[in-house]
Design a protein around this ligand. Structure first.
Ligand code: CA2
Length: 146
């Protein structure tokens, strides 16, 4: 198999493992990247991983990723307001999995409405960092079929 998967994480996720473990667990973003990279390597896939607190960087990476084999994105707070990220996602031709570590349906009402979800192939929410592993499994299976 060959191909490139993008793992994109949005604002404040660089702080994972440092604060609010009751919501986001104790794993760090580096742990997530290591796990996804190992899964990719097992299937001779390349993983490109980025985290940003800046909307324009997320848009630029989505442009770069639009012809990739797949995208895993935890847009964090961008999912509540960023029409720029929504428009960039709509340009992506590959499968897109939106991941949230916490269950956005079990928190404040406003958190349950991701404006990006309609542009994703699917959404995984509330499974902790397993969500990223499952998203990788899904993209790898799709690639194996193609
Ligand atoms: O559950 C998720 O993955 C979220 O996307 C995380 C976002 C939140 O706005 C979404 O509703 C759900 C927030 C990320 C903040 O990350 C932090 C990590 C550690 C400590 C503090 C914030």
């Amino acid at each position: 198999m060959s191909g490139r998967i993008y793992l994109l994480n949005g604002p404040n996720l660089n702080l994972l493992g440092e604060r609010e473990p009751e919501l986001y667990g104790r794993h760090t973003l580096a742990d997530i990247e290591t796990q996804c990279r190992a899964q990719a390597a097992q299937h001779q896939l390349e993983l490109v991983a980025h985290q940003t607190n800046a909307e324009h960087e997320m848009v630029d990476w989505l442009h770069e990723a639009r012809h990739a084999a797949g995208i895993i994105i935890n847009p964090a707070a961008f999912c509540y307001h960023s029409v720029a990220v929504l428009d960039a996602l709509k340009v992506c031709e590959c499968p897109v999995v939106e991941v949230h570590i916490s269950n956005i349906y079990r928190r404040e009402d406003w958190r349950s409405k991701s404006i990006l979800a309609s542009a994703a192939t699917g959404v995984i929410t509330g499974l902790g960092i397993d969500g990223y592993r499952l998203a990788m499994d899904h993209l790898i299976r799709l690639l194996a079929k193609s």
